[in-house]
Design a protein around this ligand. Sequence first.
Ligand code: NAD
Length: 249
Amino acid sequence: DKDLQGKTALVTGAASGIGRAVALLYGQHGAKVMVSDIDEAQGRQVVAELQADGAQARFFTADVGDAAQCRQLVQATVAAFGTLDVACNNAGITGELSLTADYSLEGWQRIINVNLNSVFFCLKYELEAMLKQGAGSIINMSSILGQVGTPTLAGYVAAKHAVVGLTQTAAQEYAAQGIRLNAVGPGYVDTPLLKDFSAATKHALVGLHPIGRLGRAEEVAELVIWLSSDKASFVTGSYYPVDGGYLAK
Ligand code: NAD
């Protein structure tokens, strides 16, 4: 099924992990894909994979922590493909691993900028473009840590919770104009994001998921595709876990 045939889809953080899987699946579903990341070499590789698969795709370098670059990214997408129908605001980092009292002031500003301000910046310009069309679907990448906390990740947890609230608010504001917004909450997924975690930590993380393993990026991408498509036409303002049962405990 090509659920996004002819639509234009933008993905941030699309050079790696979940964003890469989303971009590739967007292409398989018939979308024209704008691949964006700060990692140009890896991002261009994703574009090459999409093109080899017969999809239209472009790369645009944007640091999502910079509002002007987010504006340019949206402009470049509309200029290249004519519309912006779907956006997956996915770029993110883990940030500092410290107890809250030890969390550095710089580290706090950085994680809030890259994981939260970025979503607001992208949303602001994506909404502007979608309002002109009177239609659109936006998926913001939260986390299970957008619903519960965990030690040493205060900045990450705060940002991911805030992404859910931002999604719920904008969803109400723009529902009447045909724009849907939803948040996705992956459990731990085996991607380069977990590279700073030791083998022992990763093993312990497996135990937090009743399914008994970490998630795969493609398993998150399948949910993102559905939310992006018209199949989810009555779904807005929701938080969807895709977490191997993590939040069920
Ligand atoms: P990843 O590290 O594999 O990919 C993240 C991508 O974002 C990288 O290509 C990186 O270059 C890019 N990026 C980082 N900072 C950026 C910036 N300032 N501007 C533009 N691009 C930037 O990570 P992932 O696991 O695929 O994570 C993707 C999203 O999913 C993140 O928002 C993350 O918080 C979320 N998430 C991941 C997990 C997990 O366990 N992997 C769990 C829940 C949520």
